[in-house]
Design a protein around this ligand. Structure first.
Ligand code: HEM
Length: 166
């Protein structure tokens, strides 16, 4: 059973990173071509709404299965309270991993609750609004940052059970 939870964790991690990379390297560059200028806004909006729930489900599965994986490795609440869980190479890798997971969740919230609705509102009011450019650019950079941080989390995840961080 333990291996099923690790499998689910890895599948959720693949869905999370895979959907981000497909959006950044597959969907958005195609939609930025001049011939798709008129449909760029509505399609990015629709794809964004659809990929949003995929991302949040993947993150929820990662957190839940991650907690289960920790329990299966013998860690409980008492280890968190005593600080024992953060000790040693495994603890250090775990601590950094969770810090970056927290930052990723925070940036995702900023993207979905603040930046995304701002782009949609401005675009619905006036699709040619020049200020749309910087909000879109900010959203794109936020996306790139999340991809980068997820790659860091993957590295720390791989290190967890391979000697941790010294
Ligand atoms: C963006 C979020 C996350 C990503 C991308 C991610 C990714 C991964 C990956 C790829 C592995 C497999 C590493 C390997 O077997 O070599 C892994 C393992 C693990 N992850 Fe995560 N993870 C995330 C969040 C979490 C969270 C929130 C926790 C804890 C609350 C957690 C705890 C663990 C543990 C304990 C393992 C080791 C499982 C084992 O082999 O027994 N992860 N993670």
């Amino acid at each position: 059973m333990r291996v099923v939870f690790v499998w689910l964790h890895v599948v959720a991690a693949a869905v999370w990173l895979g959907s981000l990379i497909f959006l950044a390297l597959g969907v958005l560059p195609v939609l930025r071509r001049p011939e798709y200028r008129t449909v760029y806004g509505p399609i990015v909006h629709a794809v964004g709404l659809r990929s949003r729930w995929i991302g949040w489900v993947a993150l929820a599965v990662l957190v839940l299965t991650g907690l289960h994986n920790l329990a299966a490795l013998g860690f409980g609440w008492s280890h968190v309270v005593s600080g024992q869980i953060w000790a040693g190479p495994f603890g250090r890798a775990l601590a950094w991993k969770l810090v970056w997971v927290g930052v990723i969740i925070g940036l995702n919230l900023v993207h979905d609750l603040w930046l995304g609705p701002r782009v949609t509102r401005r675009w619905q009011a006036n699709p040619d609004d020049p200020s749309l450019r910087w909000v879109r650019r900010a959203a794109a950079w936020l996306g790139r940052l999340v991809v980068l941080l997820t790659l860091v989390v993957f590295y720390l995840a791989v290190m967890l059970r391979r000697g941790g961080l010294s």
